[in-house]
Design a protein around this ligand. Sequence first.
Ligand code: ATP
Ligand code: MG
Length: 494
Amino acid sequence: MNSKGDKLLVAAIDFGTTYSGYAYVFKHEDFSRMKINNLWNGGSLMSLKCPTCVLFDENKQFHSFGYEAEDKYSELANDDKHEKWYYFRRFKMLLHKKGADIDSGSLTIALEPEAASLICQLLPSDIMFSGSGRLTANKYMILDLGGGTADITVHEKQADGSLRELHEPTGGAWDGTKVDEAFHQMLIKIVGAKTFKTFCDTQKFDHLDLLRELEMKKRTITHVSDNKIVVNMPFSLTSLYQQECGETIADAINETPFKDKIIWAAGKVRIEANVFKGLFKECTDGVTRCVRELLQEPEVKDVDTFFMVGGFSESPMMQAAIRDALPNAKIIIPADVGLVVLKGAVVFGREPMKIASRIAKYTYGISISPPFDSTLHPQEKRVVVGGKERCKDVFKKYIQKGESIKIGERRSGKHVSLKADQKKMLLRIYASAEKDPKFITDPGCEYMGRLIVKLPEAQDIFKVKVDMMFETEFLVDAEEETSKQKITSYFDFL
Ligand SMILES: Nc1ncnc2c1ncn2[C@@H]1O[C@H](COP(=O)(O)OP(=O)(O)OP(=O)(O)O)[C@@H](O)[C@H]1O
Ligand SMILES: [Mg+2]
């Protein structure tokens, strides 16, 4: 049988919230020979990843991806021919619900921080660090600042070279798009939400142009910049405002706190450096607060090496904030930070067993209906099944949030059929953000999926043994004890 290990080539696809890319290496090649997709071209923006956007035509047929999709859609919008086309951005989270159409025998889901961590285990010549040296510490924190989230993980390198997670992954929405959002909010404070929405809905070409312009300015600002930031503004926004409000935008600014700080004239807006830097504040504050909190944890407090990855780590503003918050720490920022996860996923595809243990990010369990006990169970959960009183929706815990679990280590339990003539057993798997959920209906519980175990044709009560474990993905095994019929299901909800 052709297993994953027999393949000639390992390719990784990094589906980012904002940017995506692919890379590959042949089995016989050294990782330094890894090929990253060709340079994508977005007008004045060149990058090794491309925007995560896709375009379908009037017949719902695929047309293009990335910059090509952006360009075509804005051309259509410019000619007012875009109405019947389908343009999607930021759809990464929807892929969780539906597979990427790749045969599961060939597909492995890699976790982004683990992929990043593997890259820093490679030799300096392979990873092209920007002069800051190779990672030597055994314990380190990875700050993955992307376009969808900021993910923070702490890893320890084991004697055999494998990785152990020291703290459950944490983080928040302090990503690059928060800056875009803050910029939009600033414009809304000036022109009003209604005008800005009309502009976005009707002037798609200009809006896209403005987003690209912002992307460039966002990349150039540093914490020491004191010159005004100049952003080219579409004429359509200025004239729309004048039409709708009967005054110029320059007049409007005078009535806002941006008076004298933002000058809007001749198709350009000149923004005081401090105002533009302020757009990063939510992110710099959020990430540094989270890192400081993590450093209070006993397992983490002696960590002094920090690894910044993800495209947003390239921002001099973010780098300066981390350096300020951790003045005595060793901060490693690899070259091409936005590609670290992508390259690491290729390494992971070839050597997946390098992860030794994970800290469970959630509590995992199965919904059960034990005999009803009025001293323990609320009345509204009482049901009668097969003539017996039972309590529905009870969360049977298999793995507790915060526990360290070795890869392949099984957490087992038994489930008994509720009635004598039961044909199948339905095992509904849940994850909870709480350590000790009592019911699957408690806040923080999320349904992950189900396993259906067929029960043999006999008038008896059957037992099903369930195992939960982490491999490369989260895995649940269920085995009916008489027939030994076994079902395995994988979940990418880690
Ligand atoms: N040089 C830079 N300066 C400032 N921001 C940058 C720079 N390069 C990229 N970014 C920002 O980083 C974000 C993209 O980072 P990345 O490609 O790692 O995210 P992603 O993979 O799309 O998101 P995620 O992994 O969170 O789903 C965007 O918001 C982008 O504007
Ligand atoms: Mg990413």
